[in-house]
Structures are given as C-alpha cells and as structure tokens.
Design a protein around this ligand. Structure first.
Ligand SMILES: [Zn+2]
Length: 96
C-alpha cells in the first residue's frame, strides 16, 4: 500500500479511526460479466456505492443477500476473505 496523506493539507501525520460499517446506498449498478476472479462472485451481481453514517465518505462494494436494491437502502458492511483470493473484500448486506 502507498503512503497515506491527508487529502486536505497533504500532511503525513494521519491515523486510522474506527467507524461503524453502516450506511445508505448512494447509487448502484448491476454487472453482467465477471471482471475479477478475486471478487469471488458470479455475474450478475450488484455493486453499491455506500455513503457511510459516521464520516462523509462513500465506499464501493458488492451487495449480497438482497433480492433487490434501491437508492436510499440501508446497508451494513462485512469483510470477507475468499479462499481463492489474497484480498479482504468489503461486502454490503441489507441492514437488519
Ligand atoms: Zn490535513
């Protein structure tokens, strides 16, 4: 991973904060082709851009466990590490 800097002032004096993995679907798209085997998902699948509750940041991830999706849906993030991948992947599920 590259060096992390503050996007506002370019300072190297930054640290990680924990935030709740909860948010709202800002937009979404359905993919009909498999792009990366590392994602460990078969097309068609839905990718959502989620606006987090705690910070003004949007995160991209695959939506799982939902029959349908709409802008404004509430979702919860879960981290998974597929057997065939060295990546830890952020997935989104419908909020309970
Ligand atoms: Zn700064």
């Amino acid at each position: 991973m590259g060096t992390v800097t503050c996007p506002e002032c370019w300072s190297f004096n930054v640290e990680w904060d924990d935030v709740r993995p909860t948010g709202t679907v800002y937009t979404w798209a359905r993919s009909h082709r498999d792009f990366m085997t590392e994602l460990d998902v078969k097309a068609p699948y839905v990718t959502v851009l989620v606006e987090l509750d705690d910070v003004p940041i949007r995160l991209l991830g695959i939506l799982v466990g939902a029959g349908s999706v709409a802008i404004g849906d509430r979702v919860t993030g879960v981290f998974q590490k597929p057997d065939n991948s060295s990546w830890t992947i952020l997935r989104w599920e419908p909020a309970a």
